[in-house]
Write a protein that binds this ligand. Structure first.
Ligand code: NCD
Length: 311
């Protein structure tokens, strides 16, 4: 359990491993919390960012993390690559692998793509999933958990609500697996019926479902707000923005229903005035930018725990 070959999802991972990632991430943050330590574990190695979907935070965060580990980064340009000439993704990947590149970070709109590359990877090559369709976004869930840990006491006392478009959210899936594995006292999902996932057995995981925001927010310690994923709305399940805001938008008034010291999180990108009001996003309960900061430490931790450092 000391080393990982790939990091594809949270589902099925042991609690001890999640705690080890969190502790390792903390060890990369300076004591005053204002910087990351530079540790040259990947000196002169090259890490490949293969992003087939837009990204601001995740891609930059992997690059910053790689730099702190002493690595170079190849930001593979998916728009001008031979994929445009119908080369298969696996062929592209095998050609990059042939250049002695051995750590790949991949984001793709199709669920299972990271797993597919892992199946084709040579034994000395590692794949990190930076989001695959609606399936998982495991590094995001880990940085969210680290942020919760920094602000709150033991997980076993926490009541956490995830609000919004759960159906299309890979972030929510990874968070549900992480938070249930870490045994939070209560995990709630607050969403319209049409935006609940059908591929996870929420009941078996002990997740409580609410359709009414005001009931779901009662006494929660943490609110995780999600964006409506319009780009994945193939089945037209999404309500209008105005409808969503009036039923589920997080406003200062609605925050009063939660615990007085509630923290508000959002993986970004935020749609202000749809799922969250600006006065909440920029207000005293928000830890949204802290999540972004923690992303660097988490990605350093995950890369450092991979067994393959480029041999
Ligand atoms: C999320 C994603 O891409 O899944 N963003 C992120 O990585 N921070 C969530 C989203 O797009 O809404």
């Amino acid at each position: 359990m000391n080393t990982l070959q790939h990091f594809l999802g949270i589902k099925g991972l042991q609690k001890e491993l999640l705690l080890k990632i969190l502790n390792t991430a903390n060890s990369f943050i300076t004591d005053d919390g204002k910087a990351f330590k530079s540790v040259p574990l990947f000196k002169d190695r090259t890490i490949v960012n293969l992003f087939f979907e837009p990204s601001t935070r995740t891609r930059s965060s992997f690059e910053v993390a790689a730099n702190h580990l002493g690595a170079h980064v190849l930001n593979f340009d998916t728009d001008t690559s031979s994929i445009k000439k119908d080369e298969s993704l696996v062929d592209t990947f095998k050609n990059l692998e042939a250049m002695h590149l051995n750590l790949f970070v991949i984001r793709h709109s199709i669920a299972g793509t990271a797993e597919l590359l892992a199946q084709h990877a040579s034994p000395h090559v590692s794949i990190i999933n930076a989001g695959d369709g609606c399936n998982e976004h495991p590094t995001q869930a880990m940085l969210d958990v680290l942020t919760i840990m920094q602000h709150k006491a033991s997980f076993s006392k926490l009541r956490i609500a995830i609000v919004g478009d759960i159906l299309h959210s890979r972030v929510a899936r990874s968070q549900i697996y992480a938070l249930t594995t870490l045994n939070v006292a209560e995990l709630r999902i607050i969403a319209p019926r049409k935006l609940l996932p059908t591929d996870i057995d929420l009941e078996r995981l002990g997740v409580k479902i609410y359709h009414n925001l005001s009931s779901g927010l009662v006494d929660v310690d943490v609110i995780i707000v999600l964006r409506m994923q319009e780009e994945r709305n193939s089945d037209n399940s999404l309500p209008s923005k105005a409808e969503f805001y009036s039923e589920y938008g997080i406003t200062n008034d609605r925050l009063k229903i939660a615990k007085p010291d509630v923290i508000v999180m959002h993986p970004g990108p935020m749609n202000r005035g749809v799922e969250i009001d600006s006065e909440v996003a920029d207000g005293p309960h928000s830890v949204i930018l802290k999540q972004t900061t923690n992303g660097v430490a988490i990605r350093m931790a995950i890369m450092s725990l991979l067994g393959n450092k480029g041999e």
